[in-house]
Design a protein around this ligand. Structure first.
Ligand SMILES: Cc1cc2nc3c(=O)[nH]c(=O)nc-3n(C[C@H](O)[C@H](O)[C@H](O)COP(=O)(O)OP(=O)(O)OC[C@H]3O[C@@H](n4cnc5c(N)ncnc54)[C@H](O)[C@@H]3O)c2cc1C
Length: 463
């Protein structure tokens, strides 16, 4: 007889595995089906390996570019690329085991194979020894995959997606990156720091298109100062794949040019992954962009089948998927959780980092809000001066009528950590005055957040 569960989650990424743990915590008999290694895109080919390589390469770059400013000299520093990759692999495999241990601790049944829907209560698991399992509820959390270009066949060696970029065997001499979004800019930075000549071709007129305009411009300037080259408002229209080099044809304002590289990273975005899921068997139809439509309770058109994470609309971010994972498990258990989507932060883990939460200045104005803006540059922040991390700024966007904080944007060292107080402020609907009156330890980079709030009120102290 088929085994019967309260909840079966398909996909063990940060959406799926977190949903499974929360469901088990709530006393539901839970299983998670995964076709690959545990942890999904985030753990295996996304957030974690990219941040490991970003940190290793940043250490090398700082050694060669920043330590002399501090009077620290190291003779002829070198790096060992295979060792860097090996360390990254170890970080990933430790976490793979960690997710498995969490499943065991929470008594979650882990099933290896491809989950294929047979009916609203039956899932066929395809793999070694096919089986059918029965369940009262299903959570779809099958994530996303990179989008490719028809004329650029991915081989993950010379024409790569982010997955290939995280597993190269050697550092390319010339790396062409199609798409200057978050993933492209992060991985381009890794190879730039290790000595590649990195050139970006971006279709839109700005890098990291969802970023606040002032922050994006300033960020681009800083990256150009690190020798990254950007061709904006430029489209790649064709590729000539030679035996030792790849030539891309580009179009910019009606002018055709070519660019050559030995490796091309295609990072033009990601699309929801629902292949082999058997959606047709339960009459769930993805929308025109491939996302699975859901209601406010994460229910698909079949009430006991839920969907979360990258396969549903919204920012493709690990922490967004995890918040949804917790919420959907609680909904299935009869609770009424809410997610404040305005408070989902975005981070780019370059050097300096960029982190933002809430609305950009333009988004606030487009929503017909009267905005006031406060900017505080890190060059006048005492801690930044001490550490030599003076690039960037904090920008605060507030509602001029209510004083409520609408958006907080940080370009600077450790922005990924500093953003936490901004997230809490947006989540708790804090006013600019309340943030400005909050004590901040001195000397810290986070004082720049307080000063930006003061600047929005017209009373910054250190400017
Ligand atoms: C290079 C890179 C860097 C990134 N960096 C960050 C970052 O720093 N911060 C951040 O927040 N986000 C980052 N992301 C995005 C983040 O990885 C995703 O938003 C997140 O992983 C989505 O989680 P998910 O649970 O929806 O899906 P996924 O993590 O994609 O997991 C889906 C899982 O489902 C499995 N699966 C699919 N179909 C089936 C099936 N039919 N049966 C069984 N299993 C199936 C897949 O094998 C996969 O393991 C990054 C992404 C990339 C590519």
């Amino acid at each position: 007889m088929a085994e019967n569960f309260d909840v079966v989650v398909i996909g063990s990424g940060p959406g799926g595995y977190v949903a499974a743990i929360r469901a088990a915590q709530l006393g539901l008999k839970t299983a998670c089906i995964e076709k690959g290694p545990l942890g999904g895109t985030c753990l295996n080919v996304g957030c974690i390996p990219s941040k490991a390589l970003l940190h290793s390469s940043e250490l090398f770059y700082k050694l060669t570019h920043h330590l002399p400013d501090h009077g620290v000299h190291v003779e002829n520093p070198t790096y060992d690329f295979p060792a860097m990759m090996e360390r990254k692999n170890k970080v990933v495999s430790d976490f793979n085991q960690g997710v498995g241990a969490l499943f065991a601790k929470n008594k979650i049944t882990q099933i290896q194979g491809i989950g294929h829907l047979k009916s609203p209560t039956e899932i066929e698991v395809r793999g070694e020894g096919n089986q059918v399992i029965e369940t009262k509820n299903i959570i779809l959390a099958t994530g996303s995959e990179p989008i490719d270009l028809p004329f650029l066949p991915i081989d993950e060696k010379r024409i790569i997606t982010s997955t290939g970029a995280l597993a190269l065997e050697t550092v390319p001499k010339k790396l062409l990156v199609i798409g200057a979004g978050v993933i492209g800019v992060e991985l381009g930075s890794v190879y730039n720091r290790l000595g590649s000549e990195v050139t970006f071709i971006e279709f839109l007129p700005k890098i990291c298109p969802t970023m606040d305009e002032a922050i994006s411009k300033s960020f681009q300037k800083i990256l150009e100062g690190q020798n990254l080259t950007f061709h904006l408002s430029t489209k790649v229209t064709a590729a000539d794949i030679g035996s030792d080099k790849i030539t891309l044809t580009t179009q910019h304002e009606g002018t055709q040019s070519t660019l050559e590289g030995d490796v091309v990273l295609c990072s033009i975005g990601r699309r929801p992954y629902t292949r082999d899921l058997g959606l047709e068997n339960v009459s769930i139809a993805p929308n025109e962009k491939g996302f699975i439509p859901i209601n406010g309770h994460f229910q698909t058109t079949v009430p006991n089948i839920y969907a979360i994470g990258d396969i549903v609309d919204g920012p493709m971010l690990a922490h967004k998927a995890s918040e949804e994972g917790v919420a959907v498990a609680e909904i299935i258990a009869g609770e009424s959780p809410t997610i404040e989507y305005m408070a989902i932060p975005n981070v780019v883990y370059t050097d300096p980092e960029v982190a933002a939460v809430g609305l950009t200045e333009k988004e606030a104005k487009d929503a017909s809000l009267q905005v006031k803006v406060g900017i505080f540059p890190f060059k006048t922040n005492s801690r930044a001066k001490c550490t030599g991390e003076e690039e960037g700024m904090v920008k605060i966007v507030s509602d001029a009528a209510t004083d409520r904080l609408l958006g907080i944007h940080i370009l600077g060292a450790h922005a990924s950590e500093i953003i936490a107080e901004a997230v809490l402020a947006i989540q708790k609907k804090v006013t600019t005055e309340e943030l400005a009156n909050t004590p901040h330890a001195h000397p810290t980079l986070s004082e720049a957040v307080k000063e930006a709030a003061l600047a929005a009120l017209g009373r910054a102290i250190h400017r």
